[in-house]
Ligand binder design. Structure first.
Ligand code: C5P
Length: 239
């Protein structure tokens, strides 16, 4: 079966007000954008903002990157499962046992649950830092493959990684194992603080299932046009 593909807008805003001003621009759009709520917005506005965005009909990736002892993560995921979001995540570094516990906690009585994905190595961590500070004696590529395999062994649906790593993750874990990839830029736009970047079209070619796009849409002069361009490029729609 083909995985669902979509563009996820990273709503990296500090308040509900800023978020709603942004979302109002999309009123009347045929395609309701899939949105990512990260720590900044969630810690500022809590479950109320999640419910409000859900009420407006958007799918939500709640990007809270849980990492704790398995029992705590299981119980936290149980709370999050009641929020009716569509995707949540954990750090793969929390171990296979923690990821299994996360999935157990997230699964509702009727067997349904949001997609559950794992962060491998953050793209902000360099190989040198990983080896010198974390004493991980491997290449960053091998670490990402191992963490993805651990996530798969725990029954998770996929991993967050760079689009350039999609191919090796799929090679190691199979094509159905999802890759959710930030680090997206239009060819002509600024890289900001992202280093390893690709365009939406290239991310599609490399096998990404979901691309996470922040500033190229949120900081665009016309965010709706930027979103449409992203969707058209990523889903290869030639309108
Ligand atoms: O604005 P930009 O497109 O760079 O935003 C990318 C989003 O993806 C941000 O919310 C960032 O926190 C997130 N992210 C990332 N790299 C990772 C994991 C998450 O850029 N490895």
């Amino acid at each position: 079966m083909m995985n669902a593909k979509d563009v996820i807008i990273a709503c990296d805003f500090a308040s509900a007000e800023q978020t709603m001003t942004f979302l109002d621009k999309f009123e009347g759009e045929e395609r309701k954008p899939f949105l990512k709520i990260g720590m900044e917005l969630y810690y500022a506005e809590g479950n109320a903002i999640v419910r409000e965005i859900k009420r407006r009909g958007h799918k939500i990736f709640l990007d809270l990157k849980l990492h704790d002892i398995p029992n705590t993560v299981r119980k936290a995921m149980k709370v999050l499962s009641a929020l009716d979001v569509d995707m949540v995540n954990v750090h793969a570094a929390g171990t296979v046992e923690m990821m299994r516990a996360a999935k157990e906690g997230l699964t509702r009585e009727d067997g349904s649950r949001p997609l559950l994905i794992a962060v491998t190595q953050l793209t902000s961590t360099s190989e040198q830092t990983m080896q010198e500070e974390l004493l991980i004696n491997a290449t960053i590529g091998d670490t990402i493959i191992k963490y993805a395999q651990n996530a798969k062994a725990a029954g998770l649906d996929g991993v967050v990684c760079s689009p350039l790593e999609s191919t090796i993750v799929k090679g190691a874990c199979g094509n159905e194992f999802m890759t959710i990839t930030p680090g997206i830029r239009f060819a002509e736009s600024a890289a900001d603080d992202q280093v390893r970047i690709t365009s939406p079209a290239r991310a599609r070619q490399l096998g990404s299932d979901y691309i996470v796009v922040g500033r190229p849409i949120t900081a665009a002069e016309d965010p709706v046009a930027a979103y449409r361009k992203c969707v058209n490029e990523f889903l290869n729609i030639n309108k």
